[in-house]
Design a protein around this ligand. Structure first.
Ligand SMILES: C[S@@+](CC[C@H](N)C(=O)[O-])C[C@H]1O[C@@H](n2cnc3c(N)ncnc32)[C@H](O)[C@@H]1O
Length: 285
């Protein structure tokens, strides 16, 4: 969602429920002291792309931006309050469970397919005690059909996950174990391997089939008229480890062109105020 819309909706109280559930008194009072224009400027400054995670309060603003953006999408897409959602590669990030918890008044169902063991443990700690039903499938999202019948979900969510999926595919080819290692220790290796494949023009040959298999499986898991939703904004500080921010910033476009080429029976929906460089919403036809 763009910052002007987010600021206006925040000022109008549209996300009061999210704020009350998940934010500190301090953060709420910082937000309350700003009018819509000041809020918009604060959001634009704190979350300017590439997002610099050393800025003050950036994690609270990120949580606000993502939880509100996903919550708002559920509204815009007229999702039922009993929404069932599958997230691919959540790691230990809980923005979407929190958005779903608030949107569904505790009636939603959340499942994530997540391979990395340590991140799964941390995710389970962070979601303990949430009212919605949370399940983790510790397997490749390509295998989700082994656990759930077709047409089980209203939404399949890919929050900042296209890069994780591609990194994992390339890591597998390179013999890097992404399940049992600490993710952040092996991250530079994975990023450098992806860049190497990209610079040599080998990325598509290496990753397309496995990536499309996950997309096709995800589509099968959707109910008719359900949505696959992607966000993939760029964070700062990666060029120093030999990774290109410019390459990262084209991930949504890369996924858009590969998915379109595979002709899976998905159509893209434009949503007002969602920039299609960072967001993509596909509807199962
Ligand atoms: C660093 S976390 C990212 C969390 C979140 N997507 C974000 O960026 O905010 C990456 C996670 O994606 C998982 N992952 C990558 N490809 C996957 C796949 N095909 N199936 C299931 N999990 C996958 C990894 O195992 C890891 O737990």
């Amino acid at each position: 969602m763009n910052m002007q819309t987010l600021a206006e909706k925040l000022s109008a109280g549209a996300f009061d429920d999210i704020l009350k559930r998940d934010f500190s008194r301090d953060m709420i009072s910082e937000l309350e002291q700003m009018n819509a224009v000041q809020l918009e400027n604060k959001l634009k400054d704190t979350l300017a792309v590439p997002i610099d995670i050393s800025k003050p309060r950036v994690f609270e603003y990120l949580q606000l931006y993502y939880s509100a953006s996903w919550h708002n999408l559920f509204m815009e897409l007229n999702m039922p309050r009993t929404l069932s959602l599958l997230e691919v590669g959540s790691g230990d990030i809980v923005y979407i469970p929190k958005a779903l918890d608030a949107y569904s008044n505790n009636m939603g169902t959340y499942v994530t397919a997540n391979l990395n063991r340590e991140l799964t443990r941390s995710f389970q700690d962070k979601t303990k005690g949430m009212a919605i039903n949370v399940q983790v499938i510790e397997d490749d999202a390509a295998n989700i059909g082994l656990y759930y019948p077709a047409s089980s979900f209203d939404v399949v969510a890919f929050h900042h996950a296209i890069n994780d999926i591609i990194q994992t595919i390339i890591a597998d080819r390179e013999g890097i174990d992404t399940v049992n290692h600490d993710w952040w220790t092996i991250e530079p290796l994975m990023l450098q391997a992806v860049m190497d494949y990209h610079r040599k023009g080998m990325l598509k040959d290496a990753a397309y089939d496995a990536f499309i298999q996950i997309m096709d499986t995800s589509r099968k898991q959707l109910k008719s008229g359900g949505y696959m939703i992607f966000d993939n904004i760029t964070y700062a500080g990666y060029d120093e480890v030999g990774y290109s921010s410019e390459f990262h910033s084209s991930y949504i476009e890369l996924a858009r062109s590969w998915i379109s080429e595979a002709n899976l029976g998905l159509e893209e929906i434009e949503i007002d105020s969602y920039d299609n460089q960072w967001w993509m919403v596909l509807r199962k036809v």
